[in-house]
Design a protein around this ligand. Sequence first.
Ligand SMILES: Nc1nc2c(ncn2[C@@H]2O[C@H](COP(=O)(O)OP(=O)(O)OP(=O)(O)O)[C@@H](O)[C@H]2O)c(=O)[nH]1
Ligand SMILES: [Mg+2]
Length: 649
Amino acid sequence: MLRAFTRLRAPLRSLPKTLTLIPSPSPPVLPNPTHQSPPFSLLASPFSRSTRRGRKEGEASRGEDDNSLGVFVFGCDHETPPRLLILQPRLRPDSLLNSKLGEAINLANSLEEQRDGFFTEEFADKKPPPHLIVQNPASRSRTHADTFFGPGTVDNVKCHLRALETEDKIDAVFVNTILSGVQQRNLEVAWGKPVLDRVGLIIEIFNAHAETKEAKLQSELAGLMYKKTRLVRVRGPSGRLTFGASGEAEVVSAKGRGTGGRGFISGAGETELQLQRRRILERRNHLLSQIEEVRRTRALQRASRRRHGGTEGQGLATVAIVGYTNAGKSTLVSALSESYVFSDDRLFATVDPRVRSVILPSGRKALLSDTVGFISDLPVQLVEAFHATLEEVVEADLLVHVLDSSAPNLVEQRSSVLQVLRQIGVAEEKVQNMIEVWNKIDLLKGHAGADEILDGGEYPSEVDKDMASGESADEDGMHSRPSSNEQIDNNEMVSEVSCDELIYEDELVDEDGMHSGLSSSEPIDDHEITSEVSCDEPVDDNEMVSELSSVESKVEDTASEQEVDETAVFSQVESSKAWEMIDLPACGESKEIQRVETSAVMGIGLQELLSLIDEKLTAQKPVLQKNLGAFDRKWRPSHVYDDEKVAEQ
Ligand SMILES: Nc1nc2c(ncn2[C@@H]2O[C@H](COP(=O)(O)OP(=O)(O)OP(=O)(O)O)[C@@H](O)[C@H]2O)c(=O)[nH]1
Ligand SMILES: [Mg+2]
C-alpha cells in the first residue's frame, strides 16, 4: 500500500548516474520499403483484447479485411504486457520534464490487462521501462512533417533500440507527444517497431482496462475514431497502394486516391480511402447505437432513483467523485462507503463506472459515483466516446474534486481537471460549488501519518498493512520526481538538460489535446452498486546499461526544488481545520474553494468530508426538482464527425 508513495521512486533508481555521450551513428541505412514486411499492423492493438473480443462477439461485420478495422496496434495476443521504450521530448523547466517523464513511465507501466481478474504483477514491483529524453523539435517550432523528430534523433533512437534488443526485446516505442498518422508510420518504418503516441497509449490503456460492456464499447469507439485520423496512404507488399491495411511497407503520402474508380461513393468504384472510411463509419454507427441504448438505460435508472431512492421526499442525490487519474478517487469512495471499490496504482485503473451508497451524518442517503480519472492532453476521442459515462458527472448534484496533494504537478493537475469539467459541459455553478479534497496528506512531509511511515513507526489500525511492505522513501522522499536520464540531440548526445529557456508542454500538443473522465450510476443497493449496463553501429552493452540506470544525486536536487514549489502552495492553506476556504491564484483563477484534507488509506478527514457533502446537498434545492428529463435530451455525437461524413459524401 505504500505503492503510491513509492511509485515514482522506483523509476528513479534506474535512471543513469552519469550520462554518456553516444557516438553519432553512421549514416542511417533505412530499410528498403519494398522488401520489408513489418511485423505489425498500424492500428491493431499492442495487446488489448479488442480485436479478439470483436471477433468473438461478432458484433458487426468488419468487411472482408478484418485486420484493417482492428482498432489497436499489434493485432496479436500477448501473455505479458508489451515492453515499451519511452521517448520523452525535452521540456523546460526540469521540474516539468521530470513530472512528464514520471507520468510517461506510469502510463507505460499501466498498459496491462487483468488475467482472471488480477494484474500479474504489483505496480510497485514493476521495473521502469527504458526511457530517453530526446530533443523536442516542437519547442523551437521545428517539427518535421514526416518524422516529427530530426534525422539525428531518429537515428540515435534506432541505435538505442538495437542495443536494447540485445538485452531485452522491445515491443514498441512510446513517444510522449501527439504524432500525426504520417509521422507515426514513418517512425515505425525507420525504427522497425510499432510506435504509440500519447493519444494512442491512453486509448490502449482504456481498452485494456475496460471490463464492462459499456466501457468496452466506448473504448472501442475511441480507438476507432483515433484510427480514422491515422489513415495514410501506403504501398503494400504487392506494390499496390492502399490505406491503413496491415502489411504496409511504405508511406507514400497522407492523401491521395487508391486504385479504384471515382464514380461512386460506395461499391466497386470507391477509392481505397473511401472504403476504409466507410467501414470505420459503419462500425462507429453500430457502436454508437449500442452506446445510445446504454445511455438511455442509465438515464432512466438515474431518474428512477432520484424519484424513489431518497428519504423524506428528498430524492437521492448523486455525488460525482472526479479528479486526475491516480488521485485516490476509488480509494476514497471505498473508504467513505465502507465497501470495496477496485483501486490500483496503474493509471486509469477505473474505466468501468461504479456507484456506492453512503449515509451522510444527517441520516440522508446519497450515491457516490466513482469516475474515470482525467489527465492532461487526454484524447478528445475519449471525451467523445465516453460521453454517456461522462454524463453522470454533468448530471450529478454535487462534484467532489479529489487531488493528490503529494503530486509534484498538483497545480497543473488541478487546472487540467477544471478544464475537462468545463469541456464536458458541467455548469459553472457546479464547478464553483465543488468540494476540493486534498487526498494523500499522509504522504506530505511533516504530516503525522507521513512521519510515522518515514520513521518506520506503527501504522494506525485503518492503514493497510501492505504499506509497510512497500519501499520506504528516502528522507526527502515526499515529493520526489523522476529525473531526466539522457537526452538525444539531433546530432549528438548531450549530458545535461539545461534550464536556460522556458519551454512548456503546451508547445507540444495541438490545441485539441483534450481530457476525459467518466462515471456511472446503477441499481441501488446500500453498499454495492455496480454498473453492468454497461544506429547502425551497435552500442556497447555496458555503456547502455550505465545510461539506463539511475541518477540519485539528481533526484535529490529535484526533490528539494519541488519542496519549494509545494510550500508556495501550501503556505496559503495552513490550517488546523479540516476544511477551509483557499485561494489558488497559481491556477489562473482567484476564487474561493472549500477544501478538505484527507488520507483515504488512513481514514483521515472522512467524517469532515461527509459533513461538508451533507451541508452542500442540504443547501441545494430538492434533487427531485432538478435534472429530471436528462434522459429526454437527445445525445448527438460530435458535429465534427457529422461534418466529416458530409464532406466524404
Ligand atoms: N498514501 C496514500 N495512498 C493513497 C491514498 N489514497 C489512494 N492511495 C493510493 O493511490 C493509488 C491510486 O488510488 P486509486 O483510488 O486507484 O486512484 P484513482 O483516482 O481512482 O485512479 P484512477 O481510477 O486510475 O483514475 C492506490 O495505490 C491507492 O492505494 C492516500 O490517501 N494515501
Ligand atoms: Mg479509480
